[in-house]
Write a protein that binds this ligand. Sequence first.
Ligand code: RIB
Length: 315
Amino acid sequence: MPDRIAIVGSNMVDLVTYVDRMPERGETLEAPDFALGFGGKGANQAVAAARLGAHVSMVTCVGDDLFGPRTRQNLADNGVDVSHVRSVAGTPSGVAPIFVEPDGENAILIVKGANAHLSPDDIDAAQDTLKRCDAILLQLEVPLETVYHAVAFGARHGVQTILNPAPAHPELDLSRLEGLDWFCPNESELAMLSGMPTDSDAAVLAAARSLTGRGIRNVIVTLGGRGARLITQDDVIQIAPVAVEPVDTTGAGDAFIGSFARFLSGGATPEEALSRAARYAAHSITGRGTQSSYADAAAFDAFCRDRDAMAAERR
Ligand code: RIB
């Protein structure tokens, strides 16, 4: 049986505008291109893990507008189990206006819509599925109470939990994450949540250690062009960056987390899983959009073979 992963989290419809530059306040500016796509940090992580071969279930809420059924269908088309996708009457689906600049960097607004209705009751309703999983993935585009409930559920039932605290939420109560297995912030999220600077490698380490001392087992900090660090109670592992020519960086963090969960629950060591996830995320930024840029297992293997061949030629 393939590894089983559950995502308790968000879905959005991404409204992606490709701009030459961001408009000034009060300015109307023509943009060269636009695309509508499926996104949301939770759904992105679900699709990444599923495309790589995991058996994925998603616990999420969609609106009762035209995006709701399309979102459910998109998840199903990607092989994600949608038995725990709930439609919320009288509520719009989540949407994310996204602006991508020529260097591939993005700015994102999110309107949570139905995602704000995902509740602890949804977790209880899905408990039979969740208990059978190797990992539960969480992000912060749904209510914090739901996140705390899922972490406690995982700890009680021996299912490892992975929390990507994005977007950063200043009210996240770390004392309610007791027993969390993997906490995966980027540098700025780590700074906000630890209340400590993260402007050097030593500072990142100290900030992450302040969390491992508070009941969180492992911290994975993503550092953009500097790779990532895995910080445990007694170890630090450096994950090298993977250089590519960026086209669109949107959703790269989700590609990293979703693929990490898949590789880890598929039996890789944490270090191997992170190194492969760094490659998977790098591949995603060579294409446009969020889920539209995620490779399946065959395309990812081909990308890795090419990278290895290039590295061998350079030696
Ligand atoms: O991480 C990228 C995602 O953030 C986008 O897909 C958008 O929907 C927002 O949730």
